[in-house]
Design a protein around this ligand. Structure first.
Ligand code: SF4
Length: 95
């Protein structure tokens, strides 16, 4: 099978694009994860529960996609790393 110059260029282009996609995908996934350090600190957030009080039972908690995924908090914009078993001083029982 003979490959002419144009086909070779096209294959090279496709190969280069295919090699560039995985790192871009990884970067885009990383951009979704984040913490809000300033609010975590001021609300004294911790990754462990405080007795019976934990994010999973708080009215401010926004669960992740799957039950074991980390979620968010309505009081901490941009923070997607809130643990369901975490806690902060703004805890308020879910109704
Ligand atoms: Fe967790 Fe505090 Fe947010 Fe409630 S307010 S979900 S306890 S971080």
């Amino acid at each position: 099978m003979k490959v002419d110059l144009n086909q070779r260029r096209r294959l090279l282009k496709i190969g280069t694009t295919a090699l560039a996609l995985p790192p871009l995908f990884a970067i885009s996934q990383m951009s979704h994860a984040g913490t809000n350090a300033a609010l975590r600190s001021s609300l004294k957030y911790q990754d462990t529960p405080q007795g019976e009080k934990q994010c999973g039972t708080c009215m401010q908690f926004v669960p992740g996609k799957k039950p074991k995924d980390k979620g968010g908090c309505k009081l901490m914009p941009g923070d997607t790393e809130i643990s369901a078993s975490g806690y902060c001083v703004a805890w308020a029982k879910k109704a």
